[in-house]
Design a protein around this ligand. Structure first.
Ligand code: AMP
Ligand code: MN
Ligand code: MN
Ligand code: MN
Length: 282
């Protein structure tokens, strides 16, 4: 019997639509065995998710995770951390600093939107974030709600995506710092969704080899809607860089194309990041 593993999802503690409790209940419904909660730049949802697992007596192994925002040669690279100590004070302080930049960046984006004639977006984005840090997703929600954009996708292609009208270069940490933070907190560092960076294969190889040299552990090599060609390319790149393979849905909300734990099998030709995790091998 194969076990169902999903190592990438978001809750209301960042830009996901479901609370930690709702997400573990959904994981149970989808028969997921191992789930990592990987909110953007925060681990505040993890304890709530574990409490819900205990409360409902769900047979689900929870991995404490995070998705750190980093900048590398002008690309916004996301680095996942697995099995991080969510009570590690230095780590929590580091995340706090990163969240300050998240708030500053949200204000800069809203200033740019105001110059485009779209005013007072910050307050509305705060309402959508509902206590979490503002992500571009929340700002996209405002643009759709006000019927300035017809879809999230359009909000990114017109205003929020790289180089678009309201894009501001984020001052995220570099990948070396992200790896250091994760390793210091006892975790493993993994490159998230390498196929989403709009990057040539040459650059991707440069990223993976640098990441490995800096102490990174793995790379996501599949995604529910990925073509066989892309999967095979990512498998080759991960193997060449001696990175472990990882798999996650990057679930944000229930939708036609997004679900927890679906179509995430990875090739047997690569060692999975979870090969020595006691929760899986127990
Ligand atoms: P941030 O971390 O604030 O930069 O926002 C990044 C988040 O915005 C991602 O995690 C996605 O949830 C969402 N996102 C980024 N690019 C797109 C896009 N092109 N279309 C829809 N959502 C996107
Ligand atoms: Mn997101
Ligand atoms: Mn991401
Ligand atoms: Mn994500």
């Amino acid at each position: 019997m194969t076990i169902k593993i999903d190592l990438h999802c978001h809750t209301t503690h960042s830009d996901g639509a479901l609370t930690p409790e709702e997400i573990v209940l959904r994981a149970q419904q989808m028969q997921v065995d191992v789930l990592a909660i990987t909110d953007h730049d925060t681990v505040s949802g993890v304890a709530h998710a574990q409490a819900a697992i205990d409360k409902h007596n769900i047979k689900l192994k929870l991995i404490a995770g995070v998705e750190l925002s980093t900048s590398w040669h002008g690309f916004d690279i996301h680095i996942l951390g697995f099995n991080v100590d969510i009570q590690h004070n230095v780590f929590l302080g580091n995340l706090q600093d990163q969240m300050l930049e998240r708030d500053e960046r949200a204000k800069r984006i809203c200033d740019k939107l105001a110059k485009c004639g779209v005013v007072d977006v910050y307050q509305d984005a705060l309402r959508h974030a509902n206590g979490a840090q503002i992500s571009r997703n929340h700002i996209a929600q405002v643009l759709v709600e006000r019927q300035i954009c017809s879809s999230f996708q359009q909000a990114f292609t017109k205003y929020l995506g790289k180089g678009k009208r309201a894009y501001t270069t984020p001052k995220w940490i570099d990948i070396e710092t992200a790896i250091k933070w994760i390793v210091e907190a006892g975790g493993q560092a993994v490159i998230a969704h390498p196929s989403h960076y709009d990057m040539s294969t040459k650059w991707l190889r440069r990223l993976t080899s640098e990441f490995k040299q800096l102490g990174g552990d793995g790379m996501e090599i599949t995604h529910p809607n990925m073509s066989p060609q892309t999967k095979s390319l990512l498998l080759d790149i991960a193997k060449d860089s001696q990175l472990f393979g990882s798999a996650g849905s990057d679930f944000h909300s229930p939708g036609r194309w997004t679900e927890l734990g679906k179509r995430l099998q990875i090739s047997e030709q690569i060692t999975p990041i979870w090969h020595d995790w006691s929760v899986i091998n127990a």
